[in-house]
Design a protein around this ligand. Structure first.
Ligand code: GSH
Length: 283
C-alpha cells in the first residue's frame, strides 16, 4: 500500500497534499487529497472525510472549498478521495457526466461490467480509512464524514450503514432520496440493477434512516434555496426530513436563502460544518 506524494503546498500553516496509491478494492490507481494541520507534528489528530459530487475529482474540493483555514483552526485532518475509479476503460465509463467516471455514487456495484471496480462504498469506509490510519498521525477510529450532492448522499449512507464508525455526519445539498430522483435512478439501475430485483433501499439515505439502529446520530444538512437541482427535484431533502421524523432520528436542515449548488455556496458554510464535526471529534 505504498503512497506516492503527487503534490504538497503549505497552506494556513499546515500542508495540503495529494497522494496516489494502488487501490485493491477498486483495482486501479487512485488519488486523494489530505490537509495536514501544523498541530499534527506534535500530536495525533481526528479526521474528517469529504466526498465530492458528480464530475469532481479530488481537485475541486482542495481548490474551491476554502476548508484548509478551518481545518488548521480546529486541528482536524481532512481527507478527500476521487469520486470513482479512473483509467479502466470500461465500455461506457466516459459516455455520461452523471454515470461512470466521476460518478461512482459511493455504492458497491453488483452489475456487470461495474461490479469488479465500482465499489466506492467499500473503498471509502474500509480501504481509505486503513490507509490513512497506517500512514498518518491520526487518532484511529475518531472520524467524521461530510460531502456534497452525490457525495452528500455518500456521506449519509456511509454513516447510516456503519453505525458508530463516524462520530458525526453532514452534507451540502445531498441527493437525499436517490431511488426517487433521475440522477439516483440512473446510477442505481446501472450499478445495482433494476429496482424490482435489487435492494435500492440499502443504498438510499431516506430508506436507511427508517431502519437505523445504532449510537445517536444527528444528520446535519445544508441546502441552498436557489439550487437549481433542488428545483429539479434531484435532491428531495423534505423526504429525508419526513423519514427522520417518523424514525425519530434528529436532523438539522439549514436552508440558505439565495445560495445555489456551487462551491461558492460550499465555501460560505464549510467553516460551520468543520466546527460542527470538531465538536464531536474533540470530546
Ligand atoms: N455538469 C453538470 C453540473 C455538475 C455539478 O454541478 N457538479 C457539482 C457536484 S453535483 C460539482 O461539484 N461540480 C464541480 C465544481 O463545481 O467544481 C451540469 O452542467 O449541469
Amino acid at each position: 500500500m505504498a503512497l506516492v506524494e503527487i503534490s504538497k503546498y503549505k497552506s494556513f500553516g499546515g500542508f495540503q497534499k495529494v497522494f496516489s496509491h494502488k487501490s485493491k478494492i477498486l483495482g486501479c490507481e487512485m488519488k486523494f487529497g489530505i490537509y495536514l494541520p501544523s498541530q499534527i507534528e506534535d500530536k495525533k489528530l481526528p479526521v474528517i472525510y469529504w466526498l465530492s459530487g458528480l464530475t469532481c475529482s479530488e481537485a475541486n474540493f482542495i481548490e474551491k472549498s476554502g476548508a484548509q483555514r478551518y481545518a488548521q483552526e480546529y486541528g482536524v485532518v481532512i481527507v478527500n478521495p476521487d469520486t470513482s475509479p479512473r483509467g479502466l476503460n470500461i465500455s461506457g465509463d466516459k459516455d455520461n457526466w452523471d454515470f461512470g467516471e466521476g460518478a461512482g455514487f459511493y455504492v458497491d456495484a453488483t452489475e456487470e461490467p461495474w461490479k469488479k471496480n465500482y465499489n466506492m462504498f467499500s473503498y471509502v469506509t474500509k480501504e481509505l480509512i486503513e490507509i490513512i490510519s497506517t500512514n498518518f498521525n491520526v487518532i484511529e477510529g475518531t472520524q467524521s464524514i461530510m460531502g456534497h450532492s452525490m457525495g452528500g448522499h455518500g456521506a449519509l449512507i456511509c454513516a447510516l450503514k456503519n453505525p458508530g464508525l463516524y462520530q458525526s455526519v453532514s452534507a451540502f445539498a445531498p441527493i437525499c432520496n436517490p431511488s426517487k430522483c433521475a440522477w439516483g435512478r440512473k446510477a442505481f439501475e446501472g450499478y445495482l440493477g433494476p429496482q424490482e430485483t435489487s435492494n435500492w433501499s440499502d443504498w438510499d439515505a431516506t430508506e436507511l434512516v427508517k431502519v437505523y439502529n445504532g449510537p445517536p446520530l444527528c444528520l446535519f444538512i445544508d441546502q441552498g434555496a436557489a439550487d437549481k437541482f433542488l428545483q429539479e427535484e434531484q435532491l428531495l431533502p423534505n423526504n429525508l426530513v419526513e423519514a427522520c421524523k417518523i424514525a425519530k432520528v434528529p436532523i438539522i436542515l439549514n436552508k440558505r436563502e439565495g445560495y445555489d449548488h456551487s462551491y461558492f455556496y460550499i465555501s460560505s458554510f464549510i467553516g460551520e460544518h468543520i466546527k460542527h464535526h470538531s465538536g464531536y471529534l474533540q470530546k
